[in-house]
Design a protein around this ligand. Structure first.
Ligand SMILES: Cc1ncc(COP(=O)(O)O)c(C=O)c1O
Length: 369
């Protein structure tokens, strides 16, 4: 029987995630598996909490990676906070805002939405007006909308929510590790992310952080958290305190990988990492301009790590993407929903955000077109 793993080639991952993974992170994944209550492993867990707190600029005690991808992080945040008929406001300008709406609705929340054109940011004045009319338990927004390449004004929305009882919930799946996040300063109460974007670790973990106010809200629930696996009241006992209680077997090696990815980020320096994302984004935008390719999103709200580019007239979307993959071993992403067939999504996330990758893509795209 032929081993299917022999077919794996090195692909330059320039789509919406996963991103390229540094060799030292892959080596970390391959280290000996320890028991999930082994003292050395507990030390690694504690280090990860510190690394995440520093990256998020938060003092939140409950800052841990959830076992599962970014969507598990999303589910964790909503399932622990929502009880039936809780009023929730979701700000939507792409696929992941819609996913939030779906998750919150399934939990029986009373969901209102404000929708904005895909490719444009959430408008703060409209949020302000909505919050004047109604009080919400949760206001939720996606920081970096991966489906469109738009950066939403998370800090400004935070200002509107700060003095209210409302919990401010932010999706930082694509933003974490690529652009600044000041969780405490921006008044974010609840945040989730994923490992496979700008943290450049394979998919499989979802960092989350809950403020004291959010933890109190979980503790004050009238009903049990309706999902056993993601119930933070139990998971906390594994991640915190002198003695750790088994909840589920932690994905030990994945956590080694996350530790190493965060270690690399701190070693390079947060500011340097953000600048590297921005510099490579600007290099890409100017190179694309030279070959006549425009950006979907206005400069003010463009994400550096997710570049939505308008597919030039006459170019065959799928054929070009598969040619890049076959001939150049480069993966780029397709458009989603109303943007399917209209844009490509070029990721410059984490370890992928390097000039040699930008140059390779530009040269390959020129030939493919
Ligand atoms: C902004 C955003 N939120 C949530 C998710 C869901 O994460 P995952 O696919 O890792 O479950 C993604 C994935 O692309 C995303 O980009």
């Amino acid at each position: 029987m032929k081993n299917a793993l022999l077919g794996i080639e090195e692909i330059t991952l320039m789509g919406p995630g996963p991103s390229c993974v540094d060799r030292s992170v892959l080596d970390a994944l391959a280290k000996s598996t320890l028991g999930h209550l082994d003292p050395t492993f507990i030390k690694i867990m504690d280090s990860i909490k510190g690394q995440l707190r520093r990256l998020l600029h938060t003092s939140n005690e409950l800052t841990i990676p959830i076992s599962g991808t970014g969507s598990a992080g999303m589910e964790t945040c909503f399932v622990n906070l929502i009880e039936k008929d809780d009023p929730v406001l979701i700000l939507i300008n792409g696929v992941f805002g819609m996913r939030m709406q779906d998750v919150a609705s399934r939990l029986g929340a009373n969901v209102d939405t404000l929708e904005f054109k895909w490719g444009t940011p959430v408008l703060v004045d409209q949020v302000k007006e909505q919050l004047r009319q109604k009080e919400y338990k949760i206001v939720a927004v996606v920081h970096a909308e991966t489906s469109t390449g738009v950066k939403n004004p998370v800090a400004e929305i935070g200002e509107l929510v700060k003095d209210k009882d409302t919990l401010y919930l932010v999706d930082a799946v694509t933003s974490l590790g690529g652009i600044e996040i000041q969780m405490d300063e921006w008044g974010i109460d609840v945040l989730y992310s994923g490992t496979q974007k700008c943290l450049s670790c394979p998919p499989g973990l979802a960092p989350i952080s809950f403020s004291e106010k959010a933890v109190e809200s979980v503790r004050a629930r009238k009903t049990k958290v309706p999902n056993w696996y993601l119930d933070l009241t139990m998971i906390m006992n594994y991640w915190q305190g002198e003695t750790r209680a088994y909840h589920h077997t932690a994905p030990v090696n994945m956590l080694y990988g996350l530790y190493q990815a965060l270690y690399l980020l701190e070693e390079e320096g947060e500011e340097t990492v953000y600048k590297r994302h921005m510099d490579n984004h600007l290099l890409l935008v100017s190179g694309l301009k030279e070959i006549g390719i425009d950006m979907l999103v206005d400069e003010d709200s463009r994400l550096p790590m997710l570049n939505s580019v308008i597919i030039p007239e006459g170019a065959d979307d799928a054929a070009i993407r598969s040619k890049l993959l076959k001939d150049n071993k480069i993966e780029i992403g397709a458009g989603l929903g109303p943007l399917a067939g209209k844009i490509w999504r070029i990721g410059l996330m984490g370890h992928t955000a390097r000039p040699e990758n930008v140059e390779k893509l530009l040269a390959s795209l020129k030939v493919a077109l």
